[in-house]
Design a protein around this ligand. Structure first.
Ligand SMILES: [Zn+2]
Length: 362
C-alpha cells in the first residue's frame, strides 16, 4: 500500500495540522527499530559456552555459537529449553540471511518461499523442534525465566527484557537479564536483522486532529531529541532502588518533602516500599545504537509481517496450527518443505490481489 502523503520530519518543519486538515489522511514514519531480538538471563557462563554480548563484541555471535550454547544448555536435561518465543522466531532467523519471505520491488511482489536461504534456515531450526530444544508452549516473558530452565526468548527486546525484570522483581528473585541480536548467519556478507517501522495514520475529519499531531510529535521527540534521550537513559541507568512516594505506614510523602533518597521513614521509622523499575546498562544502550547504525546492521523489512491474519495463519502458530511454515519447524519440528509445498498455491492465490493492485498503480 502506498502512503497517501509523506512528510520527512528530519528535513521539513511542517505545519502538520494544516497538512492533515487539508488532505484526507497522513502517514508519518516515526521510528525504525529491530523487531526480533533474543533476550536472555545471563546463564551462558554457567555452561562455559560464553556470553552472547561478549561474543557479539568479538564478532563471534553467529548461528554456530548460538547452536553450541543451546546444545550445551539442553544437555543438562529434558526440562532445559534453549529457545522460547511467540510468533515468527523462524522468520527472525531467516532474516539474518538477508532474505525476505515476501519482497516488494517497484511493482513486483516477490514470493521467496522457495529461496535456498529460507530452506537452509528452516531445516536448521527444524532440528531444534525435533530435539525438544524449544519451549513449545507460549510462556509470558515475565515468567519464562523464573525457573532458570529457558536460555533464550526470541521477541522484541524492549517488551521481553523489561517484563522479565518485572517478573523477577515480583518474585523476589535476583536475576540478571540482557538482550542480544538474533545471531548472525555465518554465510552472510553482512549482519542482517529483522526490522520494523512504526507509522501513524490520522484520518481526515477526526475530532481531535491536534491531539493526534501532538502525539506524533511527542513520539518523534522521544525517539530523536538528544536531550530527551540522554535524560531517559540516565534514568534507566540509575541502579538505586525505586520506592513508592509515600510511607506504607504513616503516608509521609518522601517526594513532596524532598527526601526521596531516604530508605526509611523519618516520621515513623518504617522501611519504604520498593517499586519495580527498569534497569538498562550502557552496554545495552550501545547495542540499541548499533541496531540503528546501518554500518552495523542492515534491517530487513519483510512484507510477510503485514499480510493480515489469514496469511499469518499459514506462517505462525497464531491460529493454533502446528505445521505452519515458520513456527511449525521451530516449535514442533515439522517440515518446512512439506508445509511450504502444501500451502504454496493457496499462498500464491492470496498474493495475487496485491500483485494486481501493484500493477494497477503504475
Ligand atoms: Zn512513616
Amino acid at each position: 500500500m502506498k502512503a497517501l502523503c509523506y512528510y520527512d520530519l528530519n528535513n521539513e518543519t511542517p505545519a502538520l495540522s494544516d497538512m492533515l486538515a487539508e488532505r484526507f489522511g497522513g502517514y508519518i514514519e516515526t521510528e525504525i527499530t529491530t523487531s526480533g531480538t533474543a533476550y536472555f538471563e545471563k546463564l551462558g557462563m554457567l555452561i562455559a559456552a560464553g556470553d552472547s554480548l561478549d561474543l557479539y563484541d568479538e564478532g563471534q555471535w553467529d548461528w554456530n555459537a548460538f547452536n553450541d550454547m543451546c546444545e550445551k544448555w539442553c544437555a543438562q536435561g529434558e526440562e532445559y529449553k534453549a529457545l522460547a518465543g511467540s510468533e515468527w522466531p523462524g522468520l527472525m532467523f531467516v532474516h539474518t540471511t538477508g532474505t525476505k519471505a515476501f519482497d516488494i520491488k517497484g511493482d513486483q511482489f516477490i514470493n521467496n518461499l522457495k529461496n535456498p536461504n529460507i530452506q537452509r534456515t528452516m531445516e536448521w531450526l527444524q532440528e531444534f523442534g525435533k530435539r525438544g530444544y524449544t519451549q513449545s508452549e507460549w510462556v509470558d516473558p515475565n515468567k519464562v525465566f523464573l525457573d532458570r530452565k529457558v536460555l533464550f526468548m526470541a521477541m522484541y527486546y524492549e517488551w521481553g527484557f523489561t517484563s522479565a525484570q518485572q517478573g523477577a522483581f515480583q518474585n523476589n528473585l535476583d536475576q540478571d537479564f540482557a538482550f542480544a541480536p538474533i545471531p548472525k548467519d555465518p554465510q552472510s556478507d553482512k549482519y542482517y536483522h529483522s526490522g520494523c517501522s512504526v507509522g501513524y495514520l490520522v484520518p481526515s475529519g477526526a475530532k481531535n486532529i491536534q491531539g493526534g499531531v501532538q502525539y506524533i510529535l511527542c513520539s518523534r521527540i522521544h525517539a530523536t531529541d538528544p536531550d530527551v534521550i540522554a535524560e531517559y537513559r540516565a534514568e534507566k541507568l540509575d541502579t538505586s532502588p525505586g520506592y513508592y512516594a509515600k510511607c506504607p505506614e504513616c503516608k509521609y510523602n518522601f517526594v513532596e518533602n524532598n527526601q526521596d533518597k531516604l530508605d526509611t521513614c523519618p516520621e515513623c521509622n518504617t522501611a519504604r516500599k520498593r517499586k519495580y523499575k527498569e534497569i538498562y546498562t550502557q552496554r545495552l544502550f550501545n547495542l540499541i545504537d548499533d541496531f540503528k547504525n546501518p554500518e552495523k546492521f542492515e534491517l530487513v523489512y519483510d512484507a510477510a509481517f503485514g499480510m493480515g491474519d489469514d496469511m499469518k495463519a499459514y506462517f505462525t502458530r497464531a491460529a493454533g496450527n502446528e505445521d505452519t511454515l515458520f513456527d511449525g519447524p521451530v516449535y514442533s519440528g515439522s517440515s518446512y518443505t512439506v508445509a511450504r509445498d502444501e500451502y504454496y498455491n493457496v499462498i500464491e492465490a492470496m498474493i495475487q490481489p496485491f500483485r494486481d493492485s501493484l500493477a494497477g498503480e503504475q
